[in-house]
Write a protein that binds this ligand. Structure first.
Ligand code: C2O
Ligand code: CU
Ligand code: CU
Length: 505
């Protein structure tokens, strides 16, 4: 079947259902692929899995209708799906993704968190794919790549915030050692892709929806909270069993502060893969771009438990209020878009985002005691400082700055040597939270305002709050080339909070 044989209407009707994955598959995938459905032990539900060491897939970015109660009638999607298809690979796999741009603006793809080359057709965020054009991304995952939950999304400077806010993004799973730990393998696995959308009105993210300058400055949020593109979906776990949640914050600016009624969350993996041992949490805060894997033990009485998103304020002091009043804060000027609750500076009240039920039962499963080693990095050869703040630019209003400068495509801000280990001291002297993200190489957080981190983990996004200095340590391993670091609130990135990093061979 070719795409022409499937009418637009029938395609759109299928979109958002499991059937759509199948339809999209037969339409767009050419050769080697395999889809593994629900219940397949070693694959995420509905995931596109590599087979024979190859993952090959077409990803079509376009503006499509979506069916989200209270949400926008249209959104930006990959293959008609919001979120995009789950991709699943193994270390050593060859990946070949053809991005086809059916949007009316340039786009591209970034493989957030993957340790792959920053140039060529790998994780090259400087590629730009024009409307109507295609780009094939081809790379091989290193044979020793850590297992974990990663995130693909557009990264074309100038359009990335609109496109992520508009719906684009998806989960990329690398399956490996973590998945072979018996207690982890015994758990039921569930991906949770978290995304907020504007209320009904137009296409999410397209001019007019939440585009007020105040919204841009603070970072646009939508009032409709979705999990895997659904409002308050049902999750289930057998009594006595374990549920493994792979959680991705795919929002443009919203922070998600999660708590599950009556159940602690046992953190087993951070952005870059496994921790050394589970860490028990009562709640989990994820800034944009951050991921976490947690285990939930179904050891309460059978019932229904709400997964809550708790209030979080990511703008300090009077600034948010001042902007809200003085600069037309709200969900923008689009048709039907009024000032939404929680717009801009963070959610004010708790909301149920999913509901967990116990269904069936199994013999009680234990939590793992140990996970995988997280090797400490050697002492750094140097320490650099990065100051995050904002300022006013004539005629432009608020700009976001790293070390006093807004992003310049042509400038090299930071030049490092391949193989070196460095400490970066990232300090926030402004009034808004900034999640700082570095491409290609993960880092370990060493300390926060001088206080050592309680446990070692591989991260690629770290929240730096106003007044904080966070020391991270990273090694520029394996791949030379040019890449970026930036604030992962994409509106801040677009307004300047990004730098170019050159890794010299
Ligand atoms: Cu997920 Cu440069 O970003
Ligand atoms: Cu990234
Ligand atoms: Cu920021």
């Amino acid at each position: 079947m070719t795409r022409a044989h499937l009418s637009r209407r029938s395609f759109l009707t299928l979109a958002g259902t499991a059937a759509a994955t199948v339809a999209a598959a037969s339409v767009w995938t050419r050769s080697r692929h395999a889809r593994h459905g629900a219940g397949t032990h070693a694959a995420a539900e509905g995931a596109w899995r590599s087979s024979g060491g190859v993952l090959e897939l077409d990803l079509v970015a376009e503006d499509t209708t979506v069916a989200i109660p209270g949400g926008p009638p249209r959104a930006l999607t990959y293959n008609g799906l919001l979120p995009g298809p789950v991709l699943e690979v193994h270390p050593g796999d060859a990946v070949r993704l053809r991005l086809r741009n059916r949007l009316d603006q340039p786009t591209n793809l970034h493989y957030h968190g993957l340790h792959i080359p920053p140039g060529g057709t790998a994780d090259n965020v400087f590629l730009s794919v024009d409307p109507g054009a295609s780009q094939t991304y081809a790379f091989t995952l290193p044979a020793d790549h850590p297992a974990g939950t990663f995130y693909y999304h557009p990264h074309r400077h100038g359009t990335v915030a609109d496109q992520v806010f508009g719906g684009l993004g998806g989960v990329l799973i690398v399956r490996g050692a973590l998945d072979h730990i018996p207690e982890v393998a015994a758990a039921r696995e569930q991906v949770l892709f978290l995304k907020d959308l504007p209320a009904g009105g137009g296409t999410a993210g397209v001019m007019g929806m939440g585009m007020g300058m105040g919204g841009m400055m603070l970072g646009r949020e939508g009032p409709v909270l979705t999990v895997n593109g659904k409002v308050n979906p049902e999750l289930s776990v057998p009594a006595g069993g374990l549920l493994r949640l792979r959680i991705v914050n795919g929002s443009n600016a919203r922070f998600w502060r999660l708590a599950l009624e009556d159940h602690p969350l046992h953190l087993i993996a951070s952005d870059g893969g496994a921790l050394e041992a589970p860490v028990e949490l009562q709640e989990l805060l994820l800034a944009p771009g951050e991921r976490a894997e947690v285990l939930v033990q179904a050891n309460r009485s059978a019932g229904r438990y709400r997964l809550l998103n708790l209030p979080y304020a990511r703008v300090r002091g009077g600034m948010g209020m001042g902007m809200r009043g003085g600069m037309g804060m709200g969900m923008g000027r689009g048709p039907g878009a009024g000032p939404g609750p929680g717009a801009g500076r963070g959610q004010q009240s708790q909301e149920t985002i999913a509901t967990l039920t116990y269904a069936g039962s199994v013999a009680p499963l234990p939590l793992p005691r140990r996970l995988l080693p997280v090797q400490p990095l050697p002492e750094p050869v140097r320490t650099r400082r990065f100051e995050l703040n904002h300022g006013m630019a004539p005629g432009q209003g608020l700009v976001f700055l790293i070390n006093g400068r807004p992003y310049d495509h042509h400038r090299t801000d930071t030049r490092v040597r391949l193989g070196d280990t460095e400490d970066w001291e990232v300090m926030n002297t402004g009034v808004m939270d900034h999640p700082f993200h570095v491409h290609i190489n993960p880092f370990q957080v060493i300390s926060r305002n001088g206080t050592p981190e309680p446990y070692r983990a591989w991260k690629d996004v770290v929240l730096v709050r106003p007044g904080e200095t966070v020391r991270i340590r990273t090694r520029f391993a394996d791949f030379a080339g040019r890449t970026v670091y930036h604030c992962h609130i994409f509106d801040h990135e677009e307004l300047g909070m990004m730098g170019n990093l050159e890794i010299d061979a």
